[in-house]
Write a protein that binds this ligand. Structure first.
Ligand SMILES: Nc1ncnc2c1ncn2[C@@H]1O[C@H](COP(=O)(O)OP(=O)(O)OP(=O)(O)O)[C@@H](O)[C@H]1O
Ligand SMILES: [Mg+2]
Length: 581
């Protein structure tokens, strides 16, 4: 114990010696002080057993080396000859020393060539001075110069002789952006909240615009001039819906249909499409890991993520180049998490997209995930692509990193946590062309009056009986008082009071055979989509078309042919669709 405490006491001496008189002393020094105080009390108890420090090799105790090793600052303890006695892991990371065995080595051998003023300074410290070296750009062993602040102080033996030096360093060029990134994270969260709310309201409006335009187009017929105008409205609404989806993705409130996914399989599936998309000037390469552990993700959203990254890569290579998509397993350790805000230590599968394009300046790189940030000409970029990518990755519990420099190309790396669940075989959707009809009773719950009226109109025109309620509570009252037999629950996910999932749980307790179709594009306070992909549970993403509503309804209720309304067949148009009455 004695050996553990002795140099820590020296650290106290150091801290107290350079206290308030030296002006404000941020970060590391304060942490050393806390550390030191704990060390001092245990030292008092152990004092009687302390052997003379000059009789023992200083810091020879493995436990003491362990304490320094785990110190949450970049620090090293050297002897009078400037030989390393103990060093913290932070020190190794900050100075790019990795697994270099430092103990016993001379400082000059580790940091060659030591500049003249640095050796003079060390000599002064060995003679008893305490020095601070502000932001001295120092070439590290890995060749990259860094602005580092050094605090150097001697440590003393029990005989009050200088035993060597304590170095504490703070890498300014790396820490400042890290702090900045943390602030950036909070800003992104606030923006996400705002975007989510706006997108939610927009989705309801777009469902109505798209839905009624579609109904009118069918009534009027596609050839009339009004029909063409209506198609323009629908096309514009579809574009607005795409933007809304990006906003929702950014706000992490998008409904994700997560299932175990093999990232290599996803990349292999999209590769041929990307080749066509990005033209002949650009070569697409893939480096895919086999037997990659699966991740919980939504395949459609992952494809969207890759598409955004690849389109950006294409735009960054106007004169051609190479885009490489790669996958692989990855372990992120605590040091990585410490130096990369937003990353958590753990097991991941990684997918990266690298290009050989123009690259980015640090200023652009720092803002790429901000919604509406674009460097592209007006009309060529909305600045929502990477914001959506960021939101999707975060919603999946992952981490996205970017490495880029002007003229050196760009690499985006996405880390998604692995799962032990097995990848499921892909499901083939039922081929349904015409909007199918039915006659079942559907309980419709939607708090937006206009959206509810639209859905009710569509379903009733196609033969269904619709009981509607504007809240889950109203739906429960209706069920309790009238005891209707219903064949489907069609409900919004986000409702005031009880939400859609809570309502579904109540309904299926009473009528277990009733399938549930959720309508939503927005998760609201529901944090995950867990349970949404269970059998009998389906999601209809807002905004949706009348055709999508009818098709999904029919899918859940069973094949249309089995349930065609009895009696006279309703009139149909040339596509086989029912002619609305
Ligand atoms: N691979 C890349 N190389 C260089 N710069 C990039 C790259 N990817 C993104 N950027 C920069 O980040 C900005 C934001 O990208 P983001 O995808 O969010 O929006 P956008 O591409 O400008 O517009 P949108 O994706 O909405 O069409 C881009 O305008 C560009 O300056
Ligand atoms: Mg983009």
């Amino acid at each position: 114990m004695a050996g553990v405490c002795e140099p820590v006491v020296s650290a106290v001496t150091f801290c107290e010696g350079v206290g308030p008189a030296d002006g404000p002393r941020p970060g590391p020094e304060r942490r050393v002080r806390q550390h030191a105080c704990r060390g001092r009390s245990s030292n008092t108890q152990a004092k009687a057993h302390v052997p003379r420090a000059d009789a023992t090799p200083p810091l020879g105790d493995a436990r003491l080396r362990g304490v320094v090793e785990r110190a949450p600052v970049a620090m090293a303890v050297l002897d009078r000859e400037l030989r390393y006695l103990a060093v913290s892991r932070r020190f190794l990371i900050d100075h790019g020393l990795g697994a270099v065995a430092l103990i016993g080595r001379l400082h000059d051998d580790v940091f060659p060539p030591v500049p003249e003023r640095w050796s003079t300074l060390l000599e002064r410290c060995v003679a008893g001075a305490t020095e601070r070296l502000e932001a001295s750009p120092y070439p590290r062993p890995d060749g990259r110069p860094k602005a580092v602040r050094w605090d150097i102080t001697p440590w003393y033996t029990d005989a009050h002789e200088i035993g060597g030096l304590i170095l504490v360093s703070d890498v300014l060029t790396e820490r400042e952006p890290v702090r900045e990134q943390r602030g950036q994270g909070q800003k992104m969260q606030a923006l996400g909240h705002l975007a989510g709310g706006v997108a939610h309201d927009f989705n309801n409006l777009l469902t109505i615009i798209l839905g009624y335009s579609e109904l009118l187009t069918r009534q009027i017929g596609p050839d009339k001039s009004i029909g063409r105008d209506l198609r323009q409205i629908m096309a514009a609404a579809q574009r607005a819906a795409t933007l809304t989806r990006q906003l929702l993705a950014f706000s992490r409130k998008q409904v994700l249909k997560v299932a175990p996914v093999d990232l290599s399989a996803v990349v292999a599936d999209v590769e041929p499409m990307f080749r066509r998309l990005i033209g002949e000037q650009i070569t697409v390469e893939t480096v895919l890991a086999r037997d990659l552990p699966p991740v919980m993700a939504d395949v459609a959203q992952l494809e969207h993520v890759l598409m955004n990254l690849v389109v950006n890569a294409r735009d960054a290579m106007p004169r051609g180049g190479v885009v490489t998509m790669a996958t692989g397993p990855a372990e992120l350790d605590r040091d990585y998490a410490f130096t990369h805000p937003g990353a958590k230590a753990g097991s991941y599968a990684m997918v990266s997209v690298r290009d050989t394009g123009i690259g980015m300046s640090p200023e652009i790189r720092a803002r790429v995930f901000e919604p509406l940030f674009t460097t592209k000409e007006r009309g060529h970029g909305t600045g929502l692509g990477l914001a959506a990518v960021y939101g999707i990755v975060k919603q999946l519990g992952g981490y996205i990193g970017v490495d880029s420099a002007p003229g050196r190309g760009t690499t985006f790396e996405i880390y998604l946590p692995t799962t032990t669940e097995a990848v499921l075989a892909p499901q083939v959707p039922l081929p349904l062309v015409a909007s199918p009809v039915g006659r079942e009773a559907i309980l419709l719950v939607e708090d937006d009056d206009n959206a509810r009226a639209f859905v009710k109109t569509v379903l009733e025109r196609y033969g269904y009986r619709v009981l509607d309620a504007n809240s889950a509570e109203a739906a429960v009252t209706l069920l309790d008082s009238q005891h209707p037999s219903i064949q489907l629950l069609l409900t919004d996910v986000v409702l005031p009071g009880l939400d859609g999932r809570e309502l579904a749980a109540r309904v299926t307790r009473a009528q277990p055979h009733v399938p549930v179709l959720y309508m939503s594009g927005y998760m609201g306070r529901l944090r995950t989509a867990k349970g949404f992909h269970e059998p009998g549970v389906q999601l209809l993403e807002k905004p949706f078309t009348a055709h999508a509503l009818l098709t999904r309804t029919r899918e859940l209720l069973g094949q249309a042919d089995d349930r065609e309304p009895v009696g006279a067949s309703p009139p149909r148009d040339s596509t086989g669709d029912l002619v609305p009455q």
